[in-house]
Design a protein around this ligand. Structure first.
Ligand SMILES: [Zn+2]
Ligand SMILES: [Zn+2]
Length: 170
């Protein structure tokens, strides 16, 4: 995998560094507090954070210049703006090839959204949009079973992976 260390922050151009206290594949901007999470690490990081460990994120800082499109730190292509979970209201920047950029505070908001049941709500909504009510009923039943096993790391990780695939069309 490419390493984003020393790549310029897509928000403020300060060189990115390995984020202390998290997975070494996660890079952070020490100036603006943004974080770049590689594609294959995101589900794991979200799952760990949701279960209460491993997330040490900078608080959001006011006064960032609004930048409509930010470049991927690895390939420098413009990233896509995605409403995380479609309904969370947290807009993140995604390079389908490399990973996701979270401005300071956004990762915390995504975790809060998931912890409040947003993961399940988004999945239920997708089924509704697909218009297959019978499958939706089965799915809701399956979700209830899954929620009962909520503390099971592997189950949650699978759910996050499904979720990211649906959200980012991976
Ligand atoms: Zn920055
Ligand atoms: Zn990229």
């Amino acid at each position: 995998m490419l390493d984003a260390t020393d790549a310029p922050c897509p928000r403020c151009s300060h060189p990115l560094e390995v984020a202390p206290g998290t997975d070494t594949r996660v890079h952070e901007c020490p100036r603006c507090g943004g974080m770049f999470v590689p594609r294959d690490v995101l589900a794991e990081l979200l799952c760990t954070a949701e279960l209460g460990g491993g997330l040490r994120e900078s608080a959001s800082r006011p006064g960032l210049d609004p930048v409509r499109y930010v470049p991927c730190p690895q390939c420098h292509a413009s990233m896509n703006r995605v409403n995380f979970g479609r309904v969370s209201g947290v807009i993140v920047d995604v390079c389908k090839m490399h990973g996701t950029w979270f401005d300071a505070g956004e990762l915390t908001r995504v975790i809060a959204f998931a912890a409040a049941g947003g993961l399940e709500r988004t999945r239920a909504r997708e089924k509704t949009e697909a218009g297959d009510e019978r499958q939706r009923a089965n799915e809701v039943h399956a979700q209830l079973t899954v929620i009962e096993a909520k503390d099971h790391m592997r189950t949650r990780l699978d759910m996050w992976e499904d979720f990211l695939r649906a959200v980012f069309f991976w």
